[in-house]
Every structure is written in structure tokens, then in C-alpha cells.
Ligand binder design. Structure first.
Ligand code: GYE
Length: 329
């Protein structure tokens, strides 16, 4: 009787939880996972809460864990590698079933990954990659192709400036120093714009993927360089922070300075639809459901692909106007 009054979605969720619970029950006995009710225990170390992208990513992971019936242990590392290493060591000590993390920077993970491997706990990389030569230290890497995002941004710029005469001066706001998206987006963009010698990056500095960082570095750029034609920001948030600096300097964003960003979170899409940004290469933060699916598979000892790439698109101002009403994050 009670079931009949439940909304359909709720029944689905209950069924999924029960199913996941029973799968986990078989696995837990041999791995020592501590989900008292037989659930798979996933320890997740998040980078931080630096951007709108990150907030959407965290929400996606928490929501998907609930829906998949996975017990999630979540830690926010506040953009510090040492905090992530500490969190991973805690998860190893707690004998979680699976560890997943989004590495703040690319280097310096081998030791802790080896510790997880020795403890028999599978590791999944989400969102950002590590540069470890030993690929057996993790099961898979789920996330975007950041080089491609940079390249698509550069290719759009070439087309947009094809009739410009004289040098086109570009300033670049890089993401967190040493992070995969900062390294790769810079690389992809540089490779693409190399095809047109009038496109010149005159300044490039990290704004740490935050609005405050974007604003502060853009202020410095504007002071140091009287002629800035283009801003390439490695994420929406830094672009949004830069808007304040540009307006304060008496320039019109989107007109005096062409602005390209990456992510396509709601605030970025709004700026694009309003004509303040000119182009966004999308990077999807909605990795939760795929991550839970992978956690179940690696826990069950199933083979998974070594690399799973997120599907993405790009947006012009017109496309942003169309997409904005349905943008969830
Ligand atoms: O683009 C940025 C965030 O790693 C893809 O991190 C992610 C990046 C994203 O802070 O907004």
C-alpha cells in the first residue's frame, strides 16, 4: 500500500539502492569495505570549491552517489595537494572499497598511489589527470580533453580575427599552476593560434581558476598593456572576475576586448548571452553518474576502459541565448 503512494521516481531510487546494496554485499566481504549496510564505500578527494564548475561537479558526485546507493566519503582539499594526499591516506586507513580523486596538479602522486595499490584499493581519476608513468597505479581516467578545449578556442579566434589588420594582442588567464587543465588548455590554444602569426600572446599568468584571481591579474594586465584585443581565460570564473577589471578600466567587454572562456556554467553562459563574452568551449562537470558506474565496476573486478572522455560542445553568443533557459548549472 505504502509503495503505491510513492512517486515513480522515488520507487526507482529505492530499487536502485536495493540493487546496488545487494551487489555491494557480495563485494564487501572480500575487500574489507566498511559500509555497515553492505554498501560500496567510495572515498572521494575533491580539489576545492574554486569555481562554479567545481560546485556543479561536487553536486553531481554527491547526488549520483545517493542515487547509486554508494556510501560517499567526501573531502574538500581547498586546492592543496598535501590535503589531497592526507585524505587519500585516510581513505586507505579506513579501508574504503574504492578511492576517486580529482588531482589538483599533475605531478607528485606516485607514492600515495602506490600505497593505495599495495592496499588493494582501486583508484579512479576524475576530471584531471596525473603524469605518473606507471599507468597501473589507477584504473581509469574519466574527464574532458583539455587540449581540445584550448584548440577549439584558438580555432574560433583565428576565424573571428581573420580580417583584422596588424597584430592581435592576446592576454591569457591560466588556471591553477601545474594543473592538467591549465597545462593542456594553454597548449591547445597555442598550437591553434600558431597558424596565424598576427595572433600574439603578450601576457600569460595564473588566476588560479577563481573570480578574485581573474580580476586581480586582469587589472595588472590592463595597467601593463595599453592595447589588449583578446582575453583567453581558462575558465568562466576568471573571465567573470576579469569583466569587473575591464569595465573599471573604461573598456567594453565583448567589444573592445574579445573574451573567450572555458566551462559554460550558467553565469558564464549568461555573460555570453549578454554579449560580454564572445565564445565558450564547454567542459562538463556532470561526472557523477559515470563515476558511480565505474566505482561499481572496478569494485566488482570488471575491466574498464583506461580513458573515458566527456562529450562536449562550444557556444557562440546566439547559441548561449538558446541554451541558457535549460542550463541546469
Ligand atoms: O574548468 C575550472 C575548475 O578541472 C575542468 O577546474 C576542471 C577545471 C574547470 O576550477 O573551472
Amino acid at each position: 500500500m505504502r509503495n503505491m503512494r510513492m512517486p515513480r521516481r522515488a520507487i526507482g531510487v529505492v530499487a536502485a539502492v536495493l540493487l546496488a546494496g545487494s551487489v555491494a554485499a557480495c563485494g564487501n566481504s572480500d575487500t574489507g569495505g566498511e559500509g555497515g549496510d553492505g554498501k560500496i564505500v567510495l572515498g572521494f578527494s575533491q580539489v576545492g570549491a574554486e569555481s562554479g564548475w567545481r560546485t556543479a561537479n561536487t553536486n553531481s558526485i554527491k547526488e549520483a552517489a545517493g542515487e547509486a546507493g554508494i556510501e560517499l566519503k567526501f573531502d574538500d582539499a581547498q586546492q592543496k595537494q598535501e590535503n589531497q594526499i592526507k585524505a587519500i591516506r585516510n581513505y586507505i586507513q579506513q579501508k574504503v572499497d574504492v578511492i576517486a580523486f580529482s588531482p589538483v596538479v599533475e605531478s607528485g602522486w606516485d607514492t600515495v598511489l602506490k600505497e593505495a595499490k599495495d592496499a588493494g584499493i582501486p583508484v579512479i581519476l576524475t576530471d584531471r589527470a596525473v603524469d605518473s608513468a606507471d599507468k597501473s597505479l589507477y584504473k581509469t581516467f574519466l574527464g574532458s580533453d583539455f587540449v581540445k578545449e584550448g584548440r577549439l578556442s584558438g580555432e574560433w579566434l583565428i576565424e573571428n580575427k581573420k580580417d583584422a589588420t596588424g597584430d592581435v594582442n592576446i592576454v591569457e588567464l591560466q588556471g591553477t599552476t601545474g594543473s592538467a587543465p591549465a597545462n593542456d588548455r594553454k597548449k591547445g590554444f597555442a598550437e591553434a593560434i600558431a597558424a596565424d602569426p598576427k595572433l600574439k600572446v603578450i601576457a600569460s599568468q595564473s588566476g588560479d581558476f577563481t573570480r578574485a584571481g581573474g580580476k586581480q591579474v586582469m587589472e595588472q594586465f590592463l595597467k601593463a598593456h595599453p592595447k589588449i584585443d583578446v582575453l583567453f581565460a581558462h575558465n568562466d570564473d576568471m573571465g567573470l572576475g576579469a569583466l569587473e577589471a575591464i569595465t573599471a578600466a573604461g573598456k567594453v567587454p565583448g567589444q573592445d576586448i574579445t573574451i573567450i572562456t572555458i566551462d559554460a556554467v550558467k553565469d558564464g553562459m549568461q555573460a555570453l548571452a549578454d554579449g560580454k563574452f564572445n565564445f565558450i568551449a564547454e567542459c562538463s562537470p556532470l561526472l557523477g553518474p559515470q563515476l558511480m558506474d565505474l566505482a561499481k565496476k572496478v569494485h566488482a573486478g570488471e575491466e574498464v576502459p583506461a580513458r573515458i572522455e566527456t562529450e562536449e560542445t562550444t557556444f557562440t553568443q546566439e547559441q548561449a541565448k538558446e541554451a541558457l533557459p535549460n542550463r541546469k548549472y
